[in-house]
Write a protein that binds this ligand. Sequence first.
Ligand SMILES: C[S@@+](CC[C@H](N)C(=O)[O-])C[C@H]1O[C@@H](n2cnc3c(N)ncnc32)[C@H](O)[C@@H]1O
Length: 218
Amino acid sequence: MPKDWFEWHDLYKSEPKLQQRLQIVREYISRSLDASGPGQIRVVSVCAGDGRDLLGTLANHPRAKDVYARLVELNPQLVERGRASIESLGLANQIEFINGDATVFSNYVGAVPADIVIVCGVFGNIANEAELNRLLGNLSFLSKQGAFVIWTRGHSHDIPYSETVRKLLYEAGFEEVDFKLTQTGDMGVGLHRYLGESSVFPKEEQLFVFSGVPNTAR
Ligand SMILES: C[S@@+](CC[C@H](N)C(=O)[O-])C[C@H]1O[C@@H](n2cnc3c(N)ncnc32)[C@H](O)[C@@H]1O
């Protein structure tokens, strides 16, 4: 069992569920970039890990030079690895990796509202449905009207938690563009669009509480 979030990322080497999830997430990021209009494309990634989803996509995407992104992650080793990938892609002038708390709004100021919002590996680390609803409500501060939102939610104990997320997203004013389960059958990956209006400031500085721990979370 991983002792911290840096070690948790080693599971990408061995767990088909995470490998398949990453493949779908990259496909959705690529589709969102394809569908974006000409000019700059703003991207934010919430609890970004080492950024392998976005950075792995940009390595082969024709719109890479149009992307201006901010990735927010608390673990300094993951940020260091992400920054090294950004350097090797030659994207250091466009992509910032912030070593900070992704639950606080101030860490997004200047980077939002975004055209693409990545919230992968987050919804399963939120205490309950009320907290998840709070985060979904607060996505209006991160998202432009029409922004793509890419998310994941693992299942456990045969409970299809991703179905709850789809229902809550619908109720919160998001339109589903696509949804897939991994071949392993226990991880949902969604591509939604935010249809509401973008808000300039949140009511509270804290957008959500991340309460998961690396030895149980997915
Ligand atoms: C399940 S991992 C997902 C990482 C990445 N998004 C992915 O899908 O590979 C959750 C990540 O959230 C990070 N994290 C936890 N609390 C955080 C916080 N308050 N602010 C920023 N990152 C946080 C962890 O360090 C970890 O890298």
